[in-house]
Design a protein around this ligand. Structure first.
Ligand SMILES: [Zn+2]
Length: 348
């Protein structure tokens, strides 16, 4: 059978809204709630939460035995206030793995304990070339020389505290979403691009009046960037887990922004051979543009579940994302290919 048509406009509109909903690890509830609210319009799904806040969605299939699971993570990179400096500026601690230079100059929001939002920007503490000369490009960016400059009148610790800012407040980075010429440029396409593919796949089935062949559980996890997202939340009767996460594009990689990729090995070792072979056959059968790749510095929620003791076949697919954990970019062709691949798997 041929696959139902994917609504690309819906996919991009949903993705854009999700990208503009801040959700660093530990503070991902607004994104999880938006995903839940969006899926609630698509018929007979049932919803539950893991105790740590992930969203589990059951999509009933023609057969309910040996169900499958698919997962994508809603949490992203971010930061937290580590210390309020005597200058009134903030030192940060990173949430997730990235280099400070990838967020230097970025706009940010500090989310205070009382629910206020204070805008600012992330800067090197010797930012001005006119003041610091060559130190601006000679100094390695570290935890103790990167800071938040708040858009508020403060030059002391006390004045910053008077804004309601405290150690432990979340700091979110401006995603700077821009869609042009089929390209989607934004922070946090990892892994919101794949969340959008999963949600769009569910909408596609709903619009076409189709059900998955087997009941499928979707886990939108909320602690992936720190390594234990899908360690819990996959129902025990599940036999296969398809992890949907971005493909790493760059020198030496086969992945690109116009294909979906199946990752056969990453830092955690090889994925399940049989399930990976099945996915490649499905992509061949449906003419889905895909690549096969290996990611050198990468771990996934599939491995988190394996390490937690999950005894299932695990495979990993996702759209190619350029400059991952930086100012990322992909193309809608990769998103459509990934969505089609999810549909091919659900309908197989
Ligand atoms: Zn990811």
């Amino acid at each position: 059978m041929s696959l139902p048509n994917v609504d690309a406009d819906y996919l991009l509109a949903f993705l854009s809204k999700l990208l503009n909903t801040p959700s660093p690890t530990g503070f991902a509830e607004p994104a999880i709630a938006f995903i839940e609210q969006s899926l609630k319009t698509f018929g007979s799904l049932s919803f539950s939460r893991t105790r740590k806040g992930g969203l589990v969605v059951a999509v009933p299939g023609d057969k309910s035995d040996a169900p499958h699971a698919l997962t994508a993570h809603a949490d992203t990179l971010g930061a937290m206030v580590k210390q309020i400096k005597s200058t009134g500026r903030l030192l940060m601690t990173k949430i997730g793995g990235y280099a400070w230079n990838t967020v230097e100059g970025e706009g940010c929001t500090v989310h205070t304990n009382s629910g206020e939002q204070v805008r600012g920007s992330i800067l090197f503490d010797m930012a001005s070339s006119h003041v610091h000369g060559t130190k601006v490009n000679e100094t390695k960016r570290e935890d103790d020389n990167m800071e938040v400059r708040l858009d508020a009148r403060t030059t002391t610790q006390e004045q910053t505290e008077a804004l309601g800012i405290r150690v432990g407040d979340y700091i979110t980075f401006d995603p700077r979403v821009e869609i042009s010429n089929g390209f989607i440029r934004s922070r946090h396409l990892d892994d919101k691009a794949c969340v959008a593919c999963l949600v769009t796949a569910v909408k596609t089935l709903h619009d076409a009046g189709l059900k998955p062949t087997r009941t499928a559980y979707l886990l939108f996890s909320n602690y992936e960037e720190v390594g234990h997202g899908a360690a819990a939340g996959i129902p025990g009767e599940v036999t296969e887990l398809l992890c949907v996460d971005m493909a790493a594009v760059g020198e030496g990689q086969t992945s690109d922004e116009f294909h979906a990729t199946i990752c056969v090995k990453d830092s955690g070792g090889p994925y399940h051979y049989g399930l990976s072979q099945k996915l490649r056959q499905l992509a061949d059968l449906h003419g889905i543009p895909y690549k096969v790749d290996i990611y050198p510095y990468y771990g996934s929620d599939g491995e988190a579940y394996w390490r937690a003791g999950g005894d299932v076949a695990v495979a990993l697919i996702g759209p190619g994302v350029d400059a991952s954990h930086n100012y990322e970019r992909t193309h809608q062709e990769a998103l459509l290919a990934t969505t089609q691949w999810i549909l091919a798997y659900l309908l197989d």
